[in-house]
Design a protein around this ligand. Structure first.
Ligand code: DLL
Length: 427
């Protein structure tokens, strides 16, 4: 275990949570015009928070709120105190921007060190990090904490499968960090070296997340690589990876609840559900400075349970995410909303807004096809350039590699009610 707090008594955890909740509520009330206005509309002041349950009086925050305040409108520190920016996809054109102070970076590193500690990572380990480096929180999120623990970090970033495998072999990687689908893809390519391919690798554990998985997929990754599978959950709006991580003793993922306060709500009514019931995960950051967030609706469906865990940690556990409350798609770890795809199509000439998004698997990786009807007056000879332009825009604006298929007007089946825009064939 990395920190004593991870196995503290529930009363002690709750004491810290309440103290921090009061602090964060006071912070946003005094420093954020956005929250001040929301609180005033509801007739609430920081004095209304007397118990943890009083959090239910507070308003929710949604992705759209971050977008409406793009880029830095929800920050509660001057930019001179912001030392890092990351971003993820918004619901349409603009991304969601998040910021960190030095203190926020310390919190992030702390929770990521707890994450690595799940697998007893030490200076003897070589951590191969194949999460994408850049604005995505995956790459850099896993980077610094490994370094701080004295492990050797290999900042491989995404893509280039053969090269990654070569680096993993030659540098003797013991820990693999990447999306679960990329871990399977790596294994599939590595297997071409022969059935005994694992002899050339020293992997012992991996930290996988950023996309939904089934129990079967988690087992498969652990089996093909013969490693311990640790699941990591997180989201940029809250911090990035490090909100929770599984241990090697019990089910579920331990939430770092001294920093992130979880609730489960009914996504339709917003009502808080009792422990153990499945619903949408809502998180309040308890210690963030640059971008404190009150009751953020993650859109992720899961359940919480507080039963003690065999590993000794007392932090509440969440089940692996079973789905989304909204229509967000995750394509090879990259989040994309259908509304963003529509936005790109609408910005392009020669095509109409009759389109369909088809998500499927090619081997272990996700593939995305976007079928779009062209305008009536578009000639066949123009298809190629329109397709290339659209694909370029999807990659540049949304970071997704999509195969665009242009079809004649009227080719996409019309529905009587809501248009069926998304076909997700993935198992
Ligand atoms: O995906 C942070 C991350 C990076 C987590 C690396 C784990 C490993 P975002 O790009 O903001 O941040 O996407 C957040 O991804 O709301 C979930 O829908 C999904 N997600 C993240 N982890 C898991 C997981 C990163 N373990 C969104 N299982 C979240 C299922 C996950 N979905």
């Amino acid at each position: 275990m990395w920190n004593e707090i991870e196995s503290a008594k529930r009363e002690d955890i709750e004491k810290i949570q309440l103290k921090r909740l009061k602090e964060v509520v006071s912070r946003v009330y005094h420093l954020s015009p956005f929250y001040r206005e929301k609180f005033e509309k509801l007739g609430i002041t920081p004095d209304d928070i007397k118990t943890l349950k009083d959090i239910q009086k507070l308003p929710f925050t949604k992705k759209q709120d971050l977008r409406d305040n793009y880029p830095f409108g929800l920050f509660t520190v001057p930019m001179s105190e912001v030392v890092r920016i990351h971003s993820s996809s918004g619901t349409t054109g603009k991304p969601t921007v998040v910021g960190y102070t030095k203190h926020d970076m310390d919190v992030w590193n702390e929770v990521m060190m707890r994450t690595y500690a799940m697998a007893d990572v030490t200076s003897k380990d070589v951590v191969h990090n194949a999460y994408g480096y850049g604005l995505f929180t995956g790459g850099l999120g896993f980077h610094e904490a490994a370094q701080k623990m004295g492990a050797t970090i290999v900042p491989a970033s995404g893509g280039f499968t053969d090269r990654q495998l070569m680096l993993m072999r030659d540098f003797g990687a013991t820990i693999l960090c990447c999306t679960p689908s990329f871990a399977l893809h790596l294994a599939e390519v590595a297997r071409k070296e022969g059935p005994e391919f694992r002899r050339d690798y020293k992997l012992r554990a991996g930290f996988f997340g950023a996309e939904p998985t089934s129990e079967g997929m988690r087992k498969e990754v652990a089996k093909v690589w013969d490693i311990e599978y640790y699941e990591v959950y997180g989201l940029s709006e809250i911090i990035g990876p490090g909100v929770s991580c599984s241990c090697n003793k019990g089910r579920g993922l331990h939430i770092n609840e001294d920093h992130f306060y979880p609730e489960i709500i009914d996504p339709k009514t917003g009502e808080v559900l009792p422990d153990g019931e499945e619903g949408e995960l809502v998180i309040t950051t308890l210690t963030k400075q640059a971008l404190p967030i009150i009751r953020y609706r993650t859109g992720d469906i899961t359940r919480l349970y507080k039963e003690p865990c065999a590993c000794g940690r007392t932090f509440v556990r969440m089940e692996s995410v079973s789905g989304r409350a909204d229509d967000m798609l995750i394509i090879n770890g990259v989040n994309v909303f259908p509304s963003q795809i529509e936005h790109v199509i609408a910005e392009n000439e020669g095509v109409t807004l009759n389109y369909q998004i088809v998500a499927d698997k090619k081997g272990y990786l996700d593939k995305l096809e976007i079928i779009v009807e062209v305008d009536e007056n578009v000639m066949q000879s123009e298809y190629d350039s329109i397709k290339k332009r659209l694909q370029h825009d999807f990659l540049n604006n949304l970071y997704i590699n999509a195969n665009v298929i242009l079809v004649e007007p009227g080719k996409i089946e019309r529905s009587m009610g809501k248009a069926k825009r998304i076909i997700d064939k993935r198992p």
